[in-house]
Design a protein. Structure first.
Length: 137
């Protein structure tokens, strides 16, 4: 007998998870950057404005070189990744838009996409792609 799962419930759970995760992620990035590697899988990939680094410790070292930051989230969206694509592993695509202010620099709009997956009852980043937003003329 197949279990019928209400898609709305799955989407609502993904959105709730995304809200909790992004709150934790940006608090860590802004205030406890030395712990950020714990939020990434060992094999995670970060693409930051076109620069790519792999591995949670390498990602942490890369992020620690950035100036002190203050992120403000403007919008957040999340969707569960279809089970067939990820073989039943709970995975969520999270899209964040916001404004970041780095020490002694003007505020900069950004867009960041995460692919997060459940690992031993914790959500971990598999893939992270951040891009500053600029007005095209």
């Amino acid at each position: 007998m197949a279990i019928v799962v209400d898609k709305r419930v799955v989407i609502d759970e993904a959105c709730s998870t995304a809200q909790e995760f992004t709150k934790l992620y940006y608090e860590c990035l802004d205030k406890k950057r030395n712990l950020v590697s714990r939020l990434y899988m060992d094999t995670a990939v970060l693409v930051w404005n076109g620069s790519s680094v792999s591995g949670n410790l390498v990602i942490q070292a890369f992020l620690e070189k950035l100036p002190v930051s203050d992120h403000q989230i403007v919008s957040l969206d999340a969707q569960p990744v279809h089970d067939e694509a990820i073989k039943g592993q709970s995975t969520i695509m999270v899209t964040v838009a916001g404004i970041v202010r780095y020490e002694k620099k003007p505020a900069q709009p950004f867009c960041q996409d995460f692919l997060i997956t459940a690992q031993e009852s914790k959500w971990k980043v598999v893939s992270d792609c951040l891009r500053f937003q600029k007005v095209l003329s």
